[in-house]
Design a protein around this ligand. Structure first.
Ligand code: ARG
Length: 391
């Protein structure tokens, strides 16, 4: 009997060719499609997998799991890579890999496969996750092995084998999209001095073409998790979709970054993450109000570590579980509402409130109602400076 391989299949040219390439090498290929909000898996993509030789296509809707178990923990930790990247692609990889392994087990497969190149981060994320979850599974990366040197050669191969080439308009960019954001790279973006061309704007409206008047939105958070929009309960998918649409309309959530890849090179990337950008602003702001100073500062220091861990594909490690445990304790009081103003590409917090607020107006005020004991400050300063006085 043929050995089975489960391939992470997107429906694009690369993974369609992967199906055929694996089948030609004697594998029984299961094409696995994960829905992380990149748009519905199209009927053509499913049909293309079959034409290319897949024995079966397995589709799983992972959108809720993606937001609740991957994006929201990253949000709570304030994980932003190198100060700019909200990690949409990086967060989806361990989830897809986990399901690849599950499907492989269910199908008694010997191997899993993906369509990543040998110079990106995604291969590292897929493979590290899979190896941690089941080191016995063989991992195949056809794109790293095959000999096509260009997209044209790949298309020729597809045509020779009767695989219909995806009809979507070809754009000279590599694009990865999900509910948490869009990653755009290559093509004209490879020149780090050149401004991103207009066609790199995927969902976000260029700030020059947004409404002149601002929009306001109130985000409700419960223990660090976004649960309400404008005072009304909203479930994760609907909440993120609505904020994506709103932020995009106001030009909010673009980032242009030279980024340090896991494999040692720098690359130029453009990201769009309207909902994530708004939620992060709101979440950070509420924490400033409810966390005591020392905890707030310690948590800020760990945010970078958490981001690096996600970026580097270390999601399934004990370090990640330990950081989550820390973050979850910090979220006990992160409940409240934050008012955000969106205008011409900017996203500003303009108000916040919480039942756990540490802000006390009677202590902060400069008015006659002040209850702060100013005399206590003198002794505080004396003792704080004492270790540093030399005479
Ligand atoms: N550089 C980003 C990351 O490592 C985006 C990768 C995008 N992947 C893609 N297939 N276009 O997460």
């Amino acid at each position: 009997m043929k050995k089975t391989v489960v391939l992470a299949y997107s429906g694009g040219l690369d993974t369609s060719v992967c199906v055929k390439w694996l089948a030609e090498r004697g594998w029984r290929v299961i094409a696995f499609m994960a829905d992380v909000g990149q748009g519905d898996p199209s009927a053509e993509a499913v049909a293309r997998a079959k034409v290319a030789g897949a024995a079966k296509v397995v589709i799983r809707d992972l959108r809720k799991e993606f937001l609740v178990d991957y994006c929201f923990p990253a949000l709570k930790a304030h994980a932003v890579y190198e100060g700019k990247y909200l990690l949409a692609t990086a967060l989806s990889r361990p989830l897809i890999a986990k399901h690849l392994v599950e499907v492989a087990h269910a199908m008694r497969a010997k191997a899993i496969a993906h369509g990543c190149t040998g110079k990106g981060n995604d291969q590292v994320r897929f493979e590290l996750t899979a190896r941690i979850l089941d080191p016995r599974l063989q991992i195949i990366a056809p794109v790293r092995e095959w000999s096509f040197r260009s997209r044209e050669e790949e298309m020729d191969y597809a045509k020779r084998h009767g695989i219909p080439v995806p009809v979507t308009k070809y754009r000279p960019y590599s694009i990865d999209q999900n509910l948490w954001g869009t990653s755009i790279e290559a093509g004209a973006l490879e020149n780090p001095w050149a401004e991103p061309p207009a066609d790199t704007f995927r969902s976000i409206r260029p700030p020059g073409r947004t409404a002149a008047r601002p929009a306001y939105v109130t985000i409700g958070l419960t223990r660090g998790v976004p649960t309400q929009l404008n005072g009304r309960a909203a479930l994760p998918i609907a909440l993120v979709q609505r904020l994506n649409a709103l932020g995009a309309a106001y030009g909010v959530g673009r980032a242009d970054i030279i980024e340090s890849r896991v494999v040692g090179i720098k690359s130029r990337e453009v990201y769009e993450a309207p909902a994530g950008t708004i939620l992060l602003e709101a979440h950070q702001d509420l924490e400033r109000m409810v966390l005591d100073r020392e905890l707030l500062h310690l948590k800020q220091r760990l945010a970078g570590t958490y981001a690096e861990l996600i970026y580097g594909g270390l999601w399934e490690t004990p370090m990640k579980a330990a950081l989550d445990a820390f973050v979850d304790v910090t979220q006990r009081h992160v409940t409240g509402a934050v008012r955000v103003k969106l205008c011409k590409g900017t996203c500003q917090v303009v108000g916040r409130r919480s039942p756990h607020s540490l802000y006390r107006q009677r202590l902060a005020t400069y008015s006659a109602r002040d209850q702060f004991d100013q005399c206590a400050a003198e002794g505080f300063i004396k003792l704080t400076g004492l270790p540093y006085e030399r005479c």
